[in-house]
Ligand binder design. Structure first.
Ligand SMILES: CC(C)(COP(=O)(O)OP(=O)(O)OC[C@H]1O[C@@H](n2cnc3c(N)ncnc32)[C@H](O)[C@@H]1OP(=O)(O)O)[C@@H](O)C(=O)NCCC(=O)NCCS
Length: 91
């Protein structure tokens, strides 16, 4: 879990996209089955994340901002349960 936030003066220059693509490439290298993002769905869906895929999972955060991506086909099918962020995420 790594927060992706770009300082306003550097937004819309492609930096967030580099972080998203590099993060997903690294996750694929590590054979992650799936990834979750908490953040603006209009942005995360650009990278294949979907609100529908996260529906079976519980979060303490607003659902509209909670999206998931299957990194292997049907990786989340039939799965459910809480997705718990590390306490330092709130800090
Ligand atoms: C969201 C964020 C990480 C994107 O990083 P970035 O470096 O600005 O984005 P990029 O330059 O890679 O991408 C720019 C594209 O994404 C779009 N975009 C940027 N922020 C967006 C958002 N919050 N929602 C939807 N689309 C967004 C831009 O309109 C632009 O679209 P275009 O390519 O069609 O012109 C960054 O803007 C940010 O930290 N924002 C403040 C926090 C925030 O809004 N968080 C919500 C998402 S977690």
């Amino acid at each position: 879990m790594v927060p992706v936030v770009i300082s306003p003066k550097y937004q819309n220059l492609g930096v967030g996209g580099v972080f998203m693509r590099d993060g997903l490439t690294q996750a694929a290298r590590e054979h992650w089955k799936a990834a979750f993002v908490l953040g603006g769905p209009m942005y995360s869906t650009r990278y294949g994340f979907s609100v529908a895929l996260s529906e079976a999972f519980e979060t303490e955060y607003p659902r509209a901002y909670f999206t998931a991506l299957e990194m292997t086909p049907n990786a989340l099918k039939g799965d459910s349960g809480p997705v718990v962020y590390a306490p330092r995420f709130l800090a």
